[in-house]
Write a new protein. Structure first.
Length: 242
């Protein structure tokens, strides 16, 4: 009988021990779980906090008025308006200026150095304060040039490039560089063919301006309002024989 009681006590002590161990494991597990949830919550807060951070606003072109077009070119954010070609804010030679009460457009040459530069078109907004005009740059376009006097081309090659230039200049609705809204303003420059006999859609340019570049004759030409519904890729372009 005593032996049976002894076994029962041993069994009860073993069960009690197992129960205590189980309780300890449950408490430890619960503590560990709470700790993990706390860590996960903190991590989640970090993610949410990161996601709530706003991206910086992209800098916008804000009109900056100046007393002259040359000054208006100099005071704007060069990165926004000129990109890497920051030298084009300098006017080396003015080819043509168009102006009315609302807009002004200036075409000019900007020399980077003695070997290269750019043909530039710049359009400005105009305001009048105390009977004095002021100018703010709206947008620019430019085409680089260089001294290629040693690279002679055949007349056929020159004409082919000339036609490509016309199409390239007309990409992106270059009519916006005109100062009369609704007119199809077409222009070109840095051309080495004789554009004095140029016909586009049977029409002669409004004006052809000859200038010298690296000792060679070049031309700036434009149409105030080319009458045609065709895209530039379908223009009928010819150089009439003299």
């Amino acid at each position: 009988m005593k032996r049976i009681v002894k076994y029962i006590r041993f069994f009860m002590l073993a069960m009690l021990g197992l129960f205590i161990i189980l309780v300890i494991l449950i408490i430890f597990s619960t503590f560990s779980s709470e700790n993990n949830r706390s860590n996960e919550s903190d991590s989640g807060n970090i993610i949410v906090e990161f996601e709530k951070k706003k991206m910086p606003d992209l800098e916008k072109k804000v009109p900056v008025f100046a007393d002259t077009m040359e000054e208006a070119l100099a005071v704007v954010n060069h990165d926004l308006y000129f990109g890497d070609d920051k030298y084009i804010d300098k006017v080396s030679y003015t080819l043509k200026v168009f102006e009315n009460d609302k807009y002004s457009t200036m075409f000019y040459l900007s020399d980077k150095n003695s070997k290269e530069g750019a043909f530039v078109g710049a359009k400005f907004n105009i305001r009048t304060t105390n009977n004095k005009k002021q100018y703010a740059l709206l947008y620019t376009m430019h085409v680089g040039y260089g001294d290629h006097s040693n690279n002679k081309m055949t007349p056929e090659k020159e004409f082919s490039l000339f036609c490509q230039y016309i199409q390239a200049f007309d990409i992106g609705n270059l009519s916006k560089y005109g100062i009369n809204e609704g007119d199809r303003f077409i222009f070109g420059g840095i051309d080495t063919v004789d554009v004095n006999q140029l016909k586009i859609e049977g029409q002669s340019p409004t004006e052809i301006i000859e200038f010298s570049l690296y000792g060679e004759k070049n031309y700036f030409w434009y149409y105030d309002n080319l009458i045609s519904d065709k895209p530039s890729s379908e223009f009928d372009i010819e150089i009439e024989e003299k």
